[in-house]
Design a protein around this ligand. Sequence first.
Ligand SMILES: [Zn+2]
Length: 224
Amino acid sequence: MNPPLKETIRCPGCGGSQDVTVWGRIDVADNPDLKSNLLDGGLGRDKCRACGHLIEIRHDLLYHDSEKHLAIWLRHLDDESVLGVVDLPTIVDESLSDDYVRRIVHSYQELVEKVRIVDAGLDDFEVELIKLIICIREQIDIASPFLFGSLRKSLMGGPSIVFAQPGQSSAGDKIYPLQGLRTTMVGVVDKLKQFSQDDDPWPNVNREFVLKRLCDAGLMKRME
Ligand SMILES: [Zn+2]
């Protein structure tokens, strides 16, 4: 397990600075508390000890779950204001076995979303396809945040899938019966996954990624 780094952050509220602990790597098996911290947002912010302002902490990290054979690399696209950058070679050198699911994400929110999807027992490719279908139907920009929240069980009719649209004025969960969505895409996930023999060892599986698969497979035409 890699020891955490100490970094100094500056508070945009009062200009003061303070030290924070930055985890470059989360090994869930060794430190389940860190996972809880991650999921409730605690690793992405720190409260200013002088003025109480919530300071955003941006840092790259590797999320590693040895039980689920899952590795998610949070890599911010802009290196500015990113603390404790983890470089890919050190991750690959850990030689994760071939059956690992590897993903890259570019924001803290997406990392939390991926973990939630796996914890709910869902396949992220399928969830991204569902998101894409919903966004096309409801004319939601596929680049805008649309995040998996949870699976909600109901007494009748099977589970529903819950999404959130952070930053929207009409905030609130969007809830869809999972079975209905699955009916509209029978066979599609398996078919697309045959096209997913990607050279990229760390794919960013999002709506754009799934859309590209659909187009490559001839199941959809991209509207330019
Ligand atoms: Zn402050």
